[in-house]
Design a protein around this ligand. Structure first.
Ligand SMILES: [Zn+2]
Length: 101
């Protein structure tokens, strides 16, 4: 059974890309003033598939998913860096690490 009316049962984030007009700055440089970008509605990102601007709620959900994915990547790299032992492949002869060369 598919739902045909009402809001979607799940809110999915949309793939984002930087606005091609303002290059992600959310404003364009006018002659005397900085002007708000009309392509992305001053958000700096647009939908990757359609190239259209997003509603503020949709952009917030999508940007939150990007931020959480990057935080997960940072935590994974930090945990991996702490466990890294550069002397691990060396032998542990005579009570310490020995290079054997
Ligand atoms: Zn823009």
């Amino acid at each position: 059974m598919t739902k045909r009316t009402g809001p979607a049962p799940r809110i999915h984030s949309v793939p984002l890309q930087r606005c091609p007009e303002c290059k992600g700055k959310a404003f364009t440089e006018g002659l005397f003033y900085d002007l708000p970008c009309t392509v992305c509605n001053e958000m700096g990102v647009v939908c990757r598939k359609t190239g259209e601007s997003l509603t503020p709620n949709r952009a917030a959900v999508s940007l939150l998913s990007v931020v959480s994915a990057q935080a997960n990547t940072i935590n994974r790299l930090k945990n991996g860096a702490e466990k890294h032992d550069p002397y691990a492949p060396l032998s542990n002869r005579l009570g310490g690490k020995h290079r054997m060369d």
